[in-house]
Design a protein. Sequence first.
Length: 295
Amino acid sequence: MKRIPIVPVPMEKAAGAAKHLLNWGEFFSNIFPGLAFELEQSEFKFEPREWVAIALFTALFYFSILFTGLFVVLIAVKVELTKMILISLGASSILAMVGFVYVIFYPKLYVNRKVNQLEKNLPYALHHLLIEVRSGVPLFNALVSISQSRYGILSEEMKKAVDDISTGKSEIAALEMMARKNPSLYFRRVMWQIVNSLKSGADIGNTIKQIVDSLSEEQRVAIKKYGSQLNPMTLMYMIFAVIFPTLGITFLLILSSFVGIGVDLNLVLIGIIIFLLLFQFMIIGLIKSKRPVGV
């Protein structure tokens, strides 16, 4: 069973400990109507109420640990009782809320990560499949070759289809099942095109070649779009990370010399450094989020 980093114990034990919270899980699960679908796509074998109960257990665990730890520390430093309770409650509540939200949205994060990793390797796997099929290798053997290659999650998905075919299911039925369960739109589209070719008896090699050409063209368009988006982000970076800090310091120095206002240059520099760190972290995240898959 998949392990969630923030859950303090293995998922089996967490599910067992969360059984006492199933009623609350049933109540709060109505707030997240898409949770059942996300759990199905991420292949977590839990009902929505069980998953919410695990999130509540995680929140209560971190709340109790942090509250107890902070309370002991604040007692040791002899903080006033009212402040002690407020600080402990505030910090523990924030951590508990973060833990709860992270567990609730983890299936969606997992699915998005899975889609990105799968689509990143999809063009290479299709080239592999095209070469195998054009060389006269049967489709099943080509799928076995991909499942045994290093295409990450895509190889794992192919292995499921290969196992289904090995147990007697037809290639069309196995590929249809894989397409229905997969969260990637590109992957589903590719599988449906291959399935339609198998049903119609068309040349599977030509179909895969058309798919590869189509994906390559879409990737080129995405790269051009990404390049056009980088220009305004670069300009924004130059303005806020280079021009504004330089001109801002110069303006403050000139203003203080004329008006006679005392400016603590050390505090100004510290503030600028903190701003630059946060701004650059934001820019890096923005550029990374806009980057096309597979580039």
